[in-house]
Design a protein around this ligand. Structure first.
Ligand code: IPE
Ligand code: IPE
Ligand code: MG
Length: 234
């Protein structure tokens, strides 16, 4: 039984490439399967009553991958939103993006921006896509903006605190993640939510992302609840 639904779950959707390889398919076919799983997980998160779901879709390091794979990943958002936006509207889902979207190819950027715009007044689940996201880049971006505001006398050094820094991050306005899930067996943070993960519970599974499902999501939530009740008894 789940007691106390987490407000914000973030998922590092890892293992698509290995899933493809294991099935005798291409890495890109693995990414396609991952995008189908992502659709299910969004609807499952809505059913469960999670408020914010952050999905690590493309890291600032992922540009180093073969060009064909990068191109496939950059083509996915337009296809994804074309198909899913009507359902997101119907279900009142809001799309957000965290990352340096200025560096995305034009068609990727505009697909994401129009989904953000179309859903801006929706108020059920927030789905936050971490796209061209890097935790270190995010901090650099925030530091530059803060220094800019100090130089223009809009801000005083003494007013810099955690809340202020939160407001300069890509995730401004979103609560910190309660749980960070990484699929695919690796146990690394891979430049994900470096600032925001300060108090997050981490949960790992060997399951490749295309095989991730609602049962595993509920298992993660339950195990974290158990950890918390154990800590409370200490
Ligand atoms: C998906 O998994 C993560 C993305 C960058 C989209 P990977 O593509 O990293 O798959 P593996 O880890 O190589 O199996
Ligand atoms: C993390 O997975 C990024 C995403 C899930 C998008 P990677 O496969 O890119 O990370 P590393 O290379 O294992 O650190
Ligand atoms: Mg990987």
């Amino acid at each position: 039984m789940i007691t106390g639904i987490p407000q914000h779950i973030a998922i590092m959707m890892d293992g698509n490439g290995r899933w493809g390889k294991q099935k005798g398919l291409t890495r890109s076919q693995g990414h396609f399967a991952g995008s189908k799983t992502m659709e299910n997980i969004i609807m499952d998160s809505l059913d469960i009553g999670i408020n914010v779901l952050t999905l690590y879709a493309f890291s600032s390091e992922n540009w180093k991958r073969p060009q064909k794979e990068v191109q496939y990943l950059m083509d996915l958002p337009a296809k994804f939103f074309k198909e899913k936006l009507p359902e997101f509207m119907e279900k009142n889902i809001r799309i957000c993006v965290s990352g340096d979207i200025e560096k995305l190819p034009m068609h990727t950027k505009s697909a994401v921006q129009s989904a953000v715009k179309a859903t801006e007044n929706n108020d059920s689940l927030v789905v936050n896509f971490a796209l061209n996201y890097g935790g270190r880049n995010e901090i650099i971006f925030a530091v530059k903006a803060i220094i800019g505001d100090i130089k223009e006398s809009k801000l005083k050094i003494n007013n810099i605190n955690e809340e202020l820094i939160d407001g300069f991050l890509y995730t401004s306005g979103l609560p910190d993640p309660d749980i960070i899930i990484r699929t695919g067996g690796e146990k690394r943070i891979s430049n994900f939510l470096l600032w925001q993960s300060s108090k997050s519970e981490l949960w790992f599974t060997d399951t490749y992302f295309p095989d991730f499902n609602k049962e595993l999501l509920l298992q993660a939530i339950n195990e974290v609840q158990e950890r918390k009740s154990y800590q409370a008894r200490l």
